[in-house]
Design a protein around this ligand. Structure first.
Ligand code: AMP
Length: 115
């Protein structure tokens, strides 16, 4: 599969504001934040989209949620709540084809769908 900007961030080849990293996932702040907290959590292994996941990816996919929980706590938004989003391919609005989970919070978020 083609490399993406997120693969370069995972490998440390491109700078990012990394807030969490372990052997399975990396999390960094979105450069175009849509909320006071907007973090992207990505598997270190590049999976293009959620439509490409296989059972072998399950440890990393599960870790996305554990990392999200930890980051939300560290950001101080866990109690009030937040939103986790995975966009899939064109109709889902996916722009970067390295599967990623958006963690958004820090304010009351609007309706889930805007279009
Ligand atoms: P999606 O539409 O789900 O593919 O989301 C891609 C997200 O990646 C967008 O919210 C972008 O603002 C964000 N993004 C793109 N390039 C970078 C980058 N170099 N560092 C951080 N976030 C990025």
């Amino acid at each position: 599969m083609a490399d993406t900007i997120f693969g370069k961030i995972v490998r440390g080849e491109v700078e990012a504001d990394v807030v969490y990293r372990d052997e399975l996932v990396t999390a960094f702040r979105d450069i175009n934040a849509q909320a006071p907290t907007h973090v992207l959590i990505v598997p270190n292994e590049a999976i293009p989209t959620a439509a490409d996941v296989e059972p072998s990816h399950e440890p990393a996919l599960g870790r996305l949620f554990t990392a999200a929980r930890k980051i939300a706590e560290a950001e101080g938004i866990a109690e009030e709540g937040y939103r986790l989003i995975v966009n899939v391919r064109g109709h889902g609005g996916q722009e970067v084809f390295h599967l990623h989970m958006h963690l958004l919070g820090g304010k009351r978020l609007g309706r889930m769908l805007s279009g």
